[in-house]
Structures are given as C-alpha cells and as structure tokens.
Design a protein around this ligand. Structure first.
Ligand SMILES: Cc1cc2nc3c(=O)[nH]c(=O)nc-3n(C[C@H](O)[C@H](O)[C@H](O)COP(=O)(O)O)c2cc1C
Length: 183
C-alpha cells in the first residue's frame, strides 16, 4: 500500500474481532517498527507482544478509568507493548547531548507510528494507548530497571473504519521563514 494512503486512511481502532493474527504478520509489524529511525541509531525500543488473556485483562485494568480503549484490550487477540530503554537515546557517555534530555519518548513514538501504519497497510487495526499506570504495566510485563513502558496498542482485525477524526487546517500549523508568518 502507498505510504500516503496508509497515513490518510489509518484510524484508531477500538473494536476488534477475536480472530488470531498470524505470527508472521505480527513479526512483520514489529519488523516495520524496528526499521524506524532513532537518535544516533541507538534503537532503544523493545516490543512485548501479549497474547495471554489473563495478561491482557491485567493490562486493561491499568488503563485510566473510562479509557475508551479498555474493551479493545480484552477483545483484540494480542497487544503490543512498547518499552524503551532510558539513558541511552540523546546521551553521550551519560551526558545529555542536547537541551531535550532523554529522547526515548520520541524514538518510541516514531517506532509506534511505523508499526501502526504498516499494520493498517496489511488490514490490521491499532490504537496508540498512553493513558495508563506505567508502574502497574511494568509489573505485569516484568520490565527491568532502566526501561519504561511508553505506549501499548491492541493489534487485530476490525470490521469497519471509524469516521476520520478532524485535523486542524494546514494554515493553522504552517509558517514560512518565521514562526507565526503565514506561508
Ligand atoms: C500519545 C498518544 C496517546 C494516546 N492515548 C490513548 C488512550 O489512552 N486511549 C485511547 O483510546 N486512545 C488514545 N490515543 C489515540 C488518540 O485518541 C487518537 O490517535 C486521536 O484521537 C486521533 O484519532 P485517529 O488516531 O483515529 O486519527 C492516543 C494517541 C496518542 C498519539
């Protein structure tokens, strides 16, 4: 699928069919995320695929109350949890290389986007989920010291695409030469 078509059509999917996703497709999704750029190619992202129903339910319970993705955590055949190593991206010999500090969130965000766009291109739904109790997620997943869970997504087949969510007009986002100067 053309990249722009995937970017244009992808939606957050919160209703899934329970049909399992073949392992080779799961691996291709993670493979797409693996190809994402990262700060100095440090590749700090790690991916925990969760298929065990009890673990999916436990992870669902870590979501914020009324999180619209809760049912999706129970219904989707698997979840992908994106965990990133801290203190490596954006740092050289332990010193921050820029005024932005640790870039692990940025690197993980790009990786998640690669995963979501590729997943859509092969007919799979995703929704990036960030509102959860990270400490509880790390306990469920057994995440070691030095790593943080950044985001999770269900991964599975869906029946219909929701209507597109609105975006701000380009003119509200885009400037020429100086911030605030109309393009
Ligand atoms: C960093 C981040 C965190 C998000 N957290 C949640 C979440 O906790 N629960 C949820 O249902 N959706 C979550 N979303 C999905 C957004 O609500 C969704 O991407 C946005 O409304 C735009 O809709 P679209 O993805 O269909 O284009 C999150 C998205 C991002 C990028």
């Amino acid at each position: 699928m053309d990249v722009l078509k995937a970017i244009t059509e992808r939606r957050s999917i919160r209703k899934y069919r329970s049909d399992p996703v073949p392992d080779d497709l799961i691996l291709r999704c993670i493979g797409a995320a693996r190809l994402a750029p990262s700060w100095a190619n440090r590749q700090v992202s790690r991916f925990v695929v969760v298929k065990d129903q009890g673990s999916k339910e436990a992870l669902g319970l870590t979501l914020t109350p009324n999180n619209p993705a809760y049912q999706a955590f129970l219904a989707a055949p698997c979840l992908v949890c994106l965990v990133a190593q801290r203190g490596v991206s954006g740092l050289i010999r332990g010193e921050q290389a820029s005024d932005k500090g640790d870039w692990f969130m940025f690197d993980a965000g790009i990786a998640m986007d690669h995963l979501m766009l590729f997943a859509y291109s092969v007919g799979l739904g995703t929704v990036a989920v960030g509102a959860f109790d990270a400490g509880k997620v790390e306990e469920v997943l057994g995440v070691p010291e030095g790593y943080s869970v950044v985001a999770m997504t269900p991964l599975g087949y869906f029946d219909e695409l929701p209507a597109p969510t609105p975006r701000k007009p380009l003119g509200d986002l885009l400037y020429l030469d100086r911030f605030g100067k109309a393009y």
